[in-house]
Design a protein around this ligand. Sequence first.
Ligand code: G6P
Ligand code: MG
Length: 216
Amino acid sequence: MSQTYKAVLFDLDGVLADSAREHYAAWKRLADELGLAFDEQKNERLKGVSRMASLDILLEDAPRPYSDAEKHALATRKNGYYQAIIQKVTPDALLPGARQALEACKALGLKTALASASRNAPLLIDRLGIGPLMDFIADAGAAKQSKPAPDIFLMAAKGVAVPPERCLALDDAAAGVLSAKAAGCYVVGVGDADILAAANAIIPDIAAFDPKSYLD
Ligand code: G6P
Ligand code: MG
């Protein structure tokens, strides 16, 4: 069988796991401690964005500037809150259909790779018990530029030795869709069509992902 696509590159937070909610909870706690306004709407801009870039967005309406040392301490504090949450994560935190989506890819002979901006991704993948279904996990810490730059999706494609244009990419964030698009992948946006307008196709959630439907 000739197959256009040979690999599927997955975002993690908000695609395979409900961890976008956990990131939000950790940022919200920090914002409350700093007395800064932060809501789900602003959080949308943080999705897929690196920790330090997220902090810059959180602090953009702060009444005073923060030094680099202060920012580093705040990012570390948020990460502590997030890690405390994900230490307790079990495979139950997988979104419905996530494991089945990975299994369907493997059954079709497709390579699978993770293209998450999160430096906590390896820990979370381990807690979720889906490591054996992933052929490669791109190292967010090694990406020169974070999403929306293409780096992490290019690294994921390279990790499974498939050209980006022969990869499907799934992401739930505007920054992630732009990143995968810039890498040259066929992009399936997971979530709201208005937010993910740049995607090639939209599905409401990972349960709706049928890899077979994208193959010849
Ligand atoms: C993902 C999430 C973002 C998060 C980023 C960095 O892209 O969507 O909300 O800020 O990863 O995560 P980290 O675990 O490295 O702080
Ligand atoms: Mg995401």
